[in-house]
Write a protein that binds this ligand. Structure first.
Ligand SMILES: C[S@@+](CC[C@H](N)C(=O)[O-])C[C@H]1O[C@@H](n2cnc3c(N)ncnc32)[C@H](O)[C@@H]1O
Length: 219
């Protein structure tokens, strides 16, 4: 991947550094910058929205939304905001401060909404509070860019792929997070999705840390 961020994107992200540092999430700065650059470089029609699966509190969305805003593309960020299995109590990535004391469930929605407002992305990011598969079943528009970072278990990750990848336009871009070839570094479902996409004719166009970026078709 070309690591030279387009100057305007770089300066927009620099202006958001404080917010990025203050936002809870799982997107290291180098991977976030690469993710933003991948979307900014996606030249599929701006009429086709970008879709993110897995908003959490908005860290990756700040990167993607900044790129989408510069492009004039809409970004739908999809999350039920109750956390993945690995975010629940007793699991490795649990944050007790994210439990709603009334419902007793995890709730990242208010932090996500606040992050979008602070990032000035309200005109670009459509907040979709939904189960990824249920929403996909009702969503009939082609998309230009897809970022998969939802539930990392096998069934959930495969279901996100099966639900959303067919909606990608030809030459559309697919990004997958937490791709680890070595099982000692992380779960294998995202790695298997990455391999599957290559087997289905996607061309790898970028990699940064555990982020992989592929383009649909040979164009
Ligand atoms: C790894 S976190 C996303 C991290 C985020 N992209 C970041 O950069 O910090 C995964 C998110 O996927 C959401 N999620 C898991 N399964 C989902 C499903 N079936 N539908 C919608 N959201 C889901 C969880 O609620 C969680 O917020």
């Amino acid at each position: 991947m070309d690591q030279t961020l387009q100057p305007q994107l770089a300066s927009e992200l620099l202006a958001k550094q404080e917010l990025i540092r203050a936002t809870k999430g799982f997107m290291p700065p180098d991977e976030g910058a690469a993710l933003a650059a991948a979307l900014k470089g996606c030249d599929v029609s701006m009429d086709l929205p970008a879709v993110e699966i897995g908003s959490y509190t908005g860290l990756s969305t700040i990167y993607l939304g900044t790129a989408a805003q510069l492009q004039g593309r809409l970004l739908l960020s999809v999350d039920h905001h109750h956390g993945s299995q690995e975010n629940q109590a007793g699991w490795e990535y649990h944050d007790p401060s994210l439990i709603d004391p009334v419902s007793g469930k995890m709730d990242t929605l208010y932090l996500f909404r606040r992050a979008m407002e602070l990032a000035g992305l309200d005109d670009t990011v459509i907040i979709v509070v939904a189960n990824s598969q249920s929403f996909a079943a009702t969503f009939c528009t082609e998309i230009g860019f897809l970022f998969i970072d939802g539930g990392h278990g096998h069934d959930q990750a495969y279901s996100d792929y099966d639900s959303w990848v067919p909606k990608l336009a030809e030459s559309g871009v697919l990004a997958i997070h937490d791709v680890f070839a070595d099982p000692s570094l992380g779960g294998q479902a995202p790695y298997h999705l990455y391999q599957r996409s290559l087997g289905e004719g996607f061309q790898e166009i970028g990699a940064q840390g555990s982020l992989r970026v592929m383009r649909k078709g040979s164009a």
